[in-house]
Design a binder for this molecule. Structure first.
Ligand SMILES: Cc1cc2nc3c(=O)[nH]c(=O)nc-3n(C[C@H](O)[C@H](O)[C@H](O)COP(=O)(O)OP(=O)(O)OC[C@H]3O[C@@H](n4cnc5c(N)ncnc54)[C@H](O)[C@@H]3O)c2cc1C
Ligand code: SF4
Length: 328
């Protein structure tokens, strides 16, 4: 591992100052992803600015009935928060489906949003990878691509975003709060992560001199009836092949409100807007759920080893809505 400068930020100003003073600096949350990448020499920052001790570790009910979640809130605290469990059960479930208890105790909300892909070729320095070394090619496209994307991929990169938490945040329409030298700004989570296009090395819209301060979720009454389903190769401690965050309100047999996002299928958490459109106002029955899944997956494209994900996604979506319909 390359040696690096380390500083612990005490407040937002000092964090931004340290970032601006050191061009190749990276922020450090719980370190559960970044330190692994540094050990493998995939990431080689000259400096680490530790933001895990900033006063951003609170989950607060906002005046409008929503929630504001600080960037340094640990994944465990988020999953166990009574406010989160009551108002947005899909979010608590998604976090609990991720990683292990020990990792969730260390990992932060901002670190989870910014975590990097688990594509094996990205971690293998002998492999060609446009994300790690732009312009070198992508060994996953002709290689073992079982875990890779079926939606929104490009000829440059077919990696997926590994977060569970972000899938729920995408479904909930969360907003990422950011601060930088020019002040504060907010970006919807669905627009925060990028599709790979021809520059997969750029994964988010966060500038190198900015940091995430937290995430805000608006009040969504029907999100109290929501769920997260994750299909993976092992029952625990594995990344999603396909995951689904879903919420639905049914009145007089018809879907009046619905949210759906998919994980494990794209370079970003995938908000299923096509499926939501197909469901809204339609009868809450299995036939409609299938048609909605098909509408979303019409543009899905399989690779050599991951075409099964298309049918898998279809079934997980339908299963989630059947369960929500039964509950209501
Ligand atoms: C074995 C293993 C299994 C896992 N399984 C899952 C899983 O199933 N599902 C899942 O969702 N996750 C999983 N994870 C990933 C885990 O959730 C992440 O490692 C974790 O969320 C990263 O959080 P962190 O605080 O440790 O981030 P760090 O490692 O500290 O940082 C990660 C990135 O976030 C950036 N960052 C940190 N704070 C900020 C900030 N305030 N603003 C901007 N950028 C910031 C860092 O610069 C870095 O680029 C797994 C991890 C491991 C090691
Ligand atoms: S899929 Fe993306 S991350 Fe994986 S090898 Fe190809 S370019 Fe690299």
């Amino acid at each position: 591992m390359k040696s690096f400068f380390y500083a612990r930020a005490t407040d937002l100003q000092s964090a931004l100052q340290l970032l601006s003073e050191r061009p190749n600096a990276k922020l450090l949350g719980g370190g559960t992803n970044l330190i692994d990448l540094m050990r493998e020499n995939i990431e080689q920052p000259d400096a680490l600015v530790d933001v895990s001790g900033l006063p951003l570790d609170r989950i607060e009910a906002s005046a409008d009935g929503g929630l504001v979640i600080g960037a340094a809130v640990k994944n465990t605290a988020l999953a166990l928060s009574p406010l989160v469990r009551e108002r947005y059960p899909m979010l608590a479930q998604a976090v609990l489906f991720g990683a292990s208890g020990q990792i969730r105790n260390m990992a932060t909300v901002a670190g989870n949003i910014m975590q990097r892909t688990r594509c094996l070729y990205f971690y293998d320095r002998t492999a060609s990878c446009n994300k790690r070394a732009p312009g070198t090619g992508c060994d996953a496209i002709g290689g073992f691509n079982r875990m890779h994307a079926i939606l929104g991929a490009s000829d440059s990169c077919v990696a997926t975003h590994p977060s569970d938490m972000c899938v729920a945040l995408a479904a909930l329409g969360a907003v990422v709060n950011i601060v930088g030298p020019n002040g504060e700004r907010s970006v919807p989570l669905t627009e925060f992560h990028r599709l790979p296009g021809d520059s997969p090395q750029f994964e988010t819209v966060l500038a190198p001199n900015e940091l995430i301060t937290g995430v805000a979720i608006s009040p969504i009454a029907f999100a109290r009836h929501s769920l997260y389903r994750k299909v993976r190769d092992r029952a625990s401690y594995a990344f999603a092949l396909v995951s689904v965050a879903a919420a639905m309100e049914v009145r007089e047999g018809k879907v009046c409100y619905v949210r759906l996002a998919l994980g494990g299928v794209a370079h970003k958490p995938w908000r299923a807007f096509e499926a939501e459109r197909a469901l809204t106002g339609a009868p809450a029955d299995r036939r409609v759920f299938l048609a909605a899944a098909d509408a979303e997956l019409a543009v899905a494209k399989g690779l050599t080893y991951n075409s099964f994900k298309i049918e898998l996604a279809r079934r997980v979506i339908v299963g989630a809505f059947v369960e929500l319909a039964n509950r209501s």
